[in-house]
Design a protein around this ligand. Structure first.
Ligand code: LRH
Ligand code: MN
Ligand code: MN
Length: 392
């Protein structure tokens, strides 16, 4: 292999993975939430746990909030929360809006036929930008549960127009260093026509809005068999890849640990990111986790997820670009495929252990976390842990 190992290590040290506040809380399916001992009761305690993930991985310095799941009171509440994060070596990351858990949104939020409800939803999005101003967060992440269940229920094109109007109003409110990340999902909770079902719809809205609007790819939001890496390559080429919500799925939007169901897919995605320059900080591609830990211990599961992203990234960086290009140019199908598979089949765990040691970290983050005593401490100290937003 002709790959420059020191460049690979430098890229791995520079990569940052954002963890979601809601992954630290209790969660479940619509059938049952299994409460775990020691889970956070407040946004501050979620940050305390996120600080452990960053302490042992060295690459998880930001935490995404979900509003109102992470609501704090008082005029300086969010600025104080940002300071609290700062004191623990963290920063607050994307602000995720929530216009899907209120009775008013039965027929949709920003695409609702009722102008009063559209106003309420848009105001919530504007409130989220106020929160970003207070926390120093750069990204507003938008996901809409809007859609219809039955043909004829509402006018598809009118709903797109209403959605576009609300997005334009929020876009105008963004500051110079702020972005809007629009997330798509092909189904659920709408079962006939979702208003932002796919990357094409999200891309069309973002293109119309301007450069501060980009698409976010949640890896659990596609129909089975979708070539997600193709979407990633395309968005990256068009400068419209804002980032990822990483998780994995066997069936639908399972929100399992990233890299658990299909590590090869994660590698293929990370290869396209690396190939398209998306690991460079200036491209702004955000590597966020969006997953739930329903039956497994939360903090070590989040540590494991961060490591899975790192492993896929390391393998992607090990692809021998010269060998691959030469094979592609000469039409050597088998050699080209072998160049990719060689990298995928490399055991990168020793390389990542070295990277961690060079950063002054324990080479085994999960073992280091287990030995730290944090799990026992929070079980003893925290009673009555808060459920993550789902089902709350
Ligand atoms: C929707 C989604 C979106 C929400 C999160 C909790 O399925 O992926 O990102 O904000 O789950
Ligand atoms: Mn998501
Ligand atoms: Mn999802």
């Amino acid at each position: 292999m002709t790959t420059d190992l020191s460049a690979v290590k430098a890229a791995l040290k520079a990569q940052a993975v954002e963890t979601p506040s809601w992954a630290y809380g209790n969660s479940g399916t619509r059938f049952k939430v299994f409460a775990q001992a020691g889970v956070p009761r407040t946004p501050q305690e979620k940050l305390d746990d996120a600080a452990r993930v960053h302490e042992f991985t060295g690459v998880a310095p930001t935490v995404a909030l979900h509003i109102p799941w992470d609501r704090v009171e008082g005029p300086t509440g969010y600025a104080d929360l940002a300071s609290y994060a700062g004191e623990r070596g963290l920063k607050l990351g994307a602000i995720n809006s929530n216009v899907f858990q209120n009775d008013d949104y039965k027929l949709g939020s920003v695409a609702n036929p009722d102008p009063r409800i559209r106003r309420k939803a848009t105001d919530h999005l504007l409130d989220c930008v106020d929160i970003m101003d207070a926390t120093g967060s750069q990204d507003l992440k938008l996901w809409f549960a809007d859609g219809t269940n039955y043909p004829g229920q509402d006018d598809i094109a009118d709903r797109q127009a209403r959605l576009g109007e609300a997005l334009a109003e929020v876009y105008e409110r963004l500051g110079d260093n702020q972005r809007m990340l629009l997330e798509y999902k092909f189904f659920e909770p709408a079962f006939y026509a979702t208003d932002v079902p796919d990357w094409g719809t999200a891309y069309a809205h973002c293109l119309k809005l301007g450069p501060k609007a980009q698409v976010v790819v949640d890896t659990g939001h596609h129909a089975p068999g979708t070539n997600i890496e193709f979407i990633v390559a395309t968005l990256l080429r068009e400068n419209k890849l804002g980032g990822f919500d990483f998780n994995s799925r066997f069936y639908a939007d399972d929100d399992l640990m990233v890299g658990a169901a299909d590590p090869f897919q994660l590698f293929r995605i990370m290869y396209e990111v690396a190939r398209g320059g998306g690991l460079k900080a200036e491209t702004g591609v955000a590597f966020m986790l969006d997953q739930c830990h329903n039956i497994e211990a939360k903090i070590p599961a989040i540590i494991r997820s961060v490591m899975n992203v790192q492993e896929a990234t390391a393998k992607a960086l090990l692809v021998d670009a010269d060998t691959l290009r030469a094979a592609q140019q000469s039409g050597d199908v088998l050699e080209a495929n072998a160049a990719l598979m060689d990298a995928y089949n490399t055991d990168v765990r020793p390389l990542l252990a070295e990277v961690r040691e060079e950063l002054g970290l324990d080479p085994d983050p999960v073992a280091a976390y287990k030995a730290s005593g944090w799990a026992e401490k929070i079980i003893a100290e925290r009673v009555g842990g808060e459920q993550a937003g789902w089902g709350a």
